[in-house]
Design a protein around this ligand. Structure first.
Ligand code: NDP
Length: 339
C-alpha cells in the first residue's frame, strides 16, 4: 500500500488480546513472547512495502519488541534507517508501547574505533543508531559480542554510562558464554544498571546454551531471548522436499549454507515435521512452542520474509499444546542426530 497522510496507519485495538508477555529476569520490563528481528529483509534492497507490512502486522498482533543492530542491512545501518522511516510514518504515535533494541560489537566503520567493545566505539555507535532511527533513546542497548582485547570493566562501564546519559533505558549482552556472562552481569549490577537480557542462539537444532550452562546461569537473574529459533528457516516447511527455493535464505548461501541441507538432514526435518503435524502445528510453530515451553525464556526472536510467514509464526502463541514426554524425547533424538 502507498501511504498518504489521510491513510495513516492505525494499530488494531485488539492487539494485546492474544499475545503473552513475559518479564525480563528480575526487571520490571515485560516483553512479548515473540519479538521481531530486522537482521534480514529490512536492508537497502528490501521491498519497502513488505518491510512496513511486517512491522505493522507484528504490532497489530501484540509484538511490542523490535530488535535491530548497528550492522543490520545490507549495507550496515540500512535496517535501522528503514525502521526509522517506518516508525516515523506508522508507529511514532505508539512509541511508548514499543521496546526497541539495538546493538554494537561487530565491524561498523574502518579503523580501531569502529568494532568490538571499547567505550569509544559503543558511545559513538549508539549515537549513530539513534540518528538513523530518529530516536532520542533506545529501550535496550546490547553489547553484541565479547571483546577479547577490552577489559570487561571497560565495556560494561560504557553500557552503564549510556544508561546514565538517558540514551538507553536498559542494557543487555549477546553471544557471551556462561562465565563471561556471569562476570558481565556482576559488573553491571555493581554499577547500578543491571543486565536485563541475554540474547542467545537457541533452537531445537542448536543446544549450545544448554551444554554451556548459560540458561541455568541466567535463570531468575536476567531474561533470555533466543535468536534464530527456526535455525534460520531450516525448521519450517521450506526445505522439507529437499529443494532450495529461489526465495529462501539458503539460496543466498551466505549465513545459511546450502551444504547444511543434506538428504539425511532433510529426513530429520521431516521427522520433526511429523511430530509437529501430530500436535496440530506447522514445523515453525512447533519450533517456537518448543522454546516457549521453558519458563526461563523471556521471548523468541523471529525473523520473517513475508507477513504470511510472520502470521504463521505468531499463531504458535494460540495453537500450542503442552509437549508430552514422548514428543520431547523424539525431538531430542532428532536434534542429537542432526550433529
Ligand atoms: P529465524 O530462525 O526465525 O529465521 C528467519 C527466517 O526463516 C526468515 O527470514 C525466513 O527465511 C524463514 N522463515 C520464518 N518463518 C517462516 C515460516 N513460517 N515458513 C517458512 N520460512 C520461514 O531467525 P533469524 O535467524 O532471522 O534471527 C531472528 C532475529 O534474531 C534477527 O532478525 C536478529 O534480530 C536476531 N539475531 C541476533 C543475532 C546476534 O548475534 N545477537 C544473530 C542472528 C540473529 P527465508 O524465507 O528467507 O528462507
Amino acid at each position: 500500500m502507498v501511504y498518504t497522510r489521510a491513510m495513516r496507519y492505525r494499530a488494531e485495538t485488539t492487539r494485546y488480546e492474544a499475545m503473552e508477555y513475559r518479564r525480563c529476569g528480575e526487571s520490571g520490563l515485560a516483553l512479548s513472547a515473540l519479538s521481531l528481528g530486522l537482521w534480514h529483509n529490512f536492508g537497502q534492497e528490501a521491498d519497502s512495502q513488505a518491510a512496513r507490512a511486517m512491522v505493522e502486522c507484528a504490532f497489530d498482533r501484540g509484538i511490542t519488541h523490535f530488535d535491530l543492530a548497528n550492522n543490520y542491512g545490507p549495507p550496515p545501518g540500512s535496517a535501522e534507517e528503514r525502521f526509522g522511516r517506518i516508525l516515523k510514518e506508522s508507529l511514532s504515535p505508539y512509541r511508548d508501547e514499543l521496546v526497541i533494541s539495538t546493538k554494537a560489537g561487530y565491524t561498523m566503520w574502518p579503523g580501531p574505533y569502529g568494532d568490538w567493545g571499547s567505550r569509544k566505539y559503543l558511545v559513538a555507535s549508539l549515537d549513530q543508531s539513534l540518528k538513523r532511527m530518529g530516536l532520542e533513546y533506545v529501550d535496550i542497548f546490547y553489547h553484541h559480542r565479547p571483546d577479547p582485547n577490552t577489559p570487561l570493566e571497560g565495556t560494561m562501564g560504557a553500557l552503564s554510562h549510556l544508561v546514565n546519559l538517558g540514551k538507553a533505558l536498559y542494557v543487555g549482552i549477546s553471544n557471551y558464554k556462561a562465565d563471561e556472562a556471569n562476570r558481565a552481569m556482576a559488573l553491571l549490577k555493581e554499577a547500578g544498571t543491571p543486565c536485563i537480557l541475554n540474547q542467545v542462539r537457541y533452537s531445537i537444532l542448536d543446544r549450545w546454551v544448554e551444554k554451556d550452562g548459560l540458561l541455568d546461569a541466567m535463570a531468575n537473574r536476567c531474561g533470555t531471548i533466543c535468536f534464530s529459533p527456526l535455525a534460520q528457516g531450516l525448521l519450517s516447511s521450506t526445505y522439507l522436499d529437499g529443494s532450495i527455493p529461489t526465495e529462501s535464505r539458503a539460496r543466498e548461501d551466505h549465513f545459511l549454507k546450502q551444504k547444511m541441507i543434506t538428504p539425511y538432514r532433510v529426513q530429520l526435518l521431516n521427522e520433526l515435521n511429523t511430530i509437529a503435524r501430530s500436535r496440530g502445528q506447522s514445523l515453525s510453530q512447533m519450533a517456537i512452542s518448543w522454546l516457549l515451553k521453558d519458563e526461563r525464556i523471556t521471548s523468541v526472536l523471529i525473523g520473517a520474509r513475508t507477513t504470511a510467514q510472520l502470521g504463521e509464526n505468531i499463531d504458535a502463541i494460540s495453537h500450542t499444546a503442552p509437549f508430552t514426554a514422548e514428543e520431547r524425547e523424539a525431538i531430542d533424538r532428532a536434534s542429537e542426530r542432526w550433529g
